[in-house]
Design a protein around this ligand. Structure first.
Ligand SMILES: [Zn+2]
Length: 370
């Protein structure tokens, strides 16, 4: 397959818009996966979506000897709303760059890994049973796919995740843990002119809480807290009864995750007349570079050297992925095996076409070696 053919085939995947909240689009992606493997020695299991989200597809191939498998994992949802490709981010090629919604995170990785999976299934060169799970909901924390991700992880000797490569093709061997919380405040409404003293502002209380939460950031320990969504109030002349905001929390160790969850869930209102309700918790546990992960990375380095690549990993990254779930179970996990490029989640999102062939060869080699 030439670069041009690969870019054209991947463009079809990118053009089919599939934000997490649009199950018709996500299911269209699952259809494309199933079509790709039709007629090959690959079994297709389709699991119906739930809670308003898209389906999952699990492909199985390779040896059927009851040994632990090698698992590939890709999400086919994106963060880009339907219509993005018609307006701000058209699917297009500029030199070595293929632009489009989700091309880097992570349709490029999903596509090239599927080609590698097909290559190995067709050639009959798998070292183990192989399973490839495609999921619909990674971008919102994998609420409907986590169970199957963990089940497949437990049955696997290694998990390979096709999230985007880091600058220069580095892969990922450690990720921070991620927590999400919602804070809701209820005060007492009053006319902001005539009855000001009777009011208890939910927004003023939110302001106190937000400063306290952001103050929990500790860069030396790798702990960050961010309030990035906020709402409240009804009109400019009413003391606000309601306010709400979200909290994003990142940690590097399981113990810090427990500590931060306790701190955030036990927030107390500053004003006794305002109630505070905190929901949520740590969603993705930290993915630490254990000795098992480091050993798997050395195997990957060897495979990469065989195809002329000097594979490097990057320091612990702040973004979570489904790799966090399997790594936290103690299953050796490599991530960032997807396509190289830049601009994930932005309107400059693009992938490097020249990275398709070597990454595909790397995954093929891993499926034949691990
Ligand atoms: Zn992703």
């Amino acid at each position: 397959m030439t670069h041009t053919d690969a870019a054209a085939a991947l463009s079809v995947w990118v053009a089919l818009e599939s934000p997490t909240s649009h199950p018709a689009g996500v299911n269209g992606m699952m259809d494309l996966v199933a079509q790709e493997v039709a007629g090959l020695p690959i079994s297709v299991e389709r699991i119906a979506g739930r809670d308003g989200l898209g389906d999952m597809v699990a492909l199985r191939a390779g040896l059927d000897n009851g040994q632990p498998s090698v698992a590939l994992m890709s999400h086919l949802d994106t963060v880009h709303p339907v219509g993005t490709s018609a307006k701000e981010l058209p699917v297009r090629i500029e030199g070595d760059r293929l632009y489009g919604p989700g091309v880097y995170d992570m349709k490029g990785g999903a596509w090239l890994a599927l080609q590698a999976f097909k290559d190995v299934a067709k050639a009959g060169t798998a070292k183990r049973p192989m399973v490839f799970l495609f999921t619909p909901d990674e971008e919102i924390g994998s609420p409907t796919s986590r169970g199957l991700i963990e089940e497949i992880g437990r049955g696997s000797a290694a998990v390979l995740v096709t999230e985007p490569a880091r600058l220069g093709g580095k892969i990922v061997t450690a990720r921070k843990g991620v927590g999400r919380f919602d804070v809701r405040l209820e005060g007492r409404p009053a006319h902001a002119g005539s009855r000001h003293a009777d009011g208890r502002s939910a927004i003023r209380e939110a302001a106190h809480q937000i400063l306290a939460i952001e103050g929990m950031t500790d860069y030396t320990r790798g702990i960050t807290t961010s309030v990035a969504l906020i709402g409240g109030g009804t009109a400019a002349n009413v003391i606000p009864q309601h306010a709400w905001f979200s909290v994003d929390c990142r940690v590097t160790t399981l113990a810090d995750g427990v500590m931060m969850e306790n701190r955030i869930l036990s927030l107390k209102a500053h004003d006794p007349d305002v109630t505070i309700r905190v929901t949520g918790g740590m969603n993705r546990p930290p993915y630490e570079k254990s000795t098992a992960v480091a050993a798997l990375f050395e195997v990957a380095r060897g495979v990469a050297a065989g195809i002329g690549l000097d594979l490097q990993d990057c320091p612990m990254t702040g973004g979570g992925s489904d790799g966090n779930f399997t790594a936290a179970l103690g299953v050796p996990t490599l991530d960032g095996l997807g396509i190289d490029g830049d601009g994930a989640h932005t309107l400059q999102e693009h992938a490097l076409i020249s990275s398709i062939a070597p990454r595909r060869a790397l995954i093929k080699g891993l499926l034949e070696t691990v």
